[in-house]
Design a protein around this ligand. Structure first.
Ligand code: HPA
Length: 273
């Protein structure tokens, strides 16, 4: 895929442009159980992934598999309601392709959202966390292979990926709106098995506050091109071993439904600011 990756990204972006997705300001990737946020877009252009060249339709419960484009909070927003996860194929290029297409469309900011397990024992399930940094435990990187120089450098800096100034503005607005928004380090595992209690203890020791199976590939792609990145995690459950009970995929989607209102308010802030 590497040799013609550039052409494939262009083909997907050209298709979207010719269907009205023009000069978006902000890209949004919605996580598991959080796809309902896309209903807020005014006069939306809705394009199923199946129509977009080279875009793999994800099949995960709680994901719609649609691109939605329109105005919201004074911005032109393109939303990916449905994420293709690394664990679906083990192909990191496929996983990060949608983010590459958003970059090609010319967005200035990428807002990445996810459902994740809460590793930090002083927090509770149902809370929202702004991502301050990440730890990539997948052993993978979406930039492996020939570097596409027109998008960014071979060795991109990751120091300010989650822009500190932007984060502090978002947290201030959220706090003014009475929303509890913590901040912490997101750790990506490949999944699809949830972690073991021992793995969660390790994540805590190395500095992770949340654990999930996504987001890092997209953050790396956006950072490579110098975009502003905002990461928002809904902590759907306490991570494995914190409580003496098993984890289920149902509690993840259920938590998404419960937190929808607060999540949407934080999203509105992250788009508007
Ligand atoms: N672990 C990994 N991914 C997740 C979790 C979890 O506990 N919850 C939601 N996504």
């Amino acid at each position: 895929m590497d040799g013609n990756l550039r052409a494939m990204i262009r083909e997907a972006a050209d298709y979207l442009r010719s269907n009205g997705v023009t000069e978006p300001d902000t890209g949004v990737i919605l996580g598991t159980g959080l796809n309902g946020y896309s209903d807020r877009i005014e006069d939306p252009v809705v394009i199923p992934y199946a129509e977009i060249p080279h875009m793999s339709p994800g099949k995960v419960e709680g994901h719609r598999g649609q691109l939605i484009y329109g105005r919201h909070k004074g911005k032109k927003v393109v939303i990916l309601a449905g994420r293709y996860h690394y664990y679906e194929s083990g192909d990191i290029v496929l996983t990060s392709f949608p983010a590459r297409v958003l970059v090609e469309l010319g967005i200035k900011r990428l807002i990445i959202t996810n459902a994740s397990g809460c590793v930090n024992e002083s927090w509770k399930a149902g809370q929202l966390m702004l991502i301050s940094d990440h730890i990539n435990l997948t052993g993978q990187n979406p930039l492996i292979g020939a570097n596409l120089d027109e998008y960014g450098p071979r060795f991109p800096d990751m120091t300010y990926t989650y822009d500190p100034e932007l984060r502090s503005k978002i947290r201030k607005k959220a706090s003014e709106a009475g929303i509890e928004l913590t901040e912490g380090v997101y750790t990506m595992m490949t999944g699809p098995s949830f972690e073991t209690p021992a793995e969660i203890r390790m994540v805590r020791i190395i500095g992770g506050d949340a654990v999930g199976m996504s987001s890092v590939p997209e953050a790396i792609i956006a950072s490579h091109s110098g975009l502003e990145v905002v990461g928002i995690s809904l902590l759907t459950n306490m991570a494995a071993g914190v409580l003496d009970q098993p984890l289920t995929a149902e509690e993840v989607t259920e938590a998404g439904r419960k937190a929808e209102a607060e999540f949407s308010r934080v999203m509105d802030i992250a788009i508007e600011i």
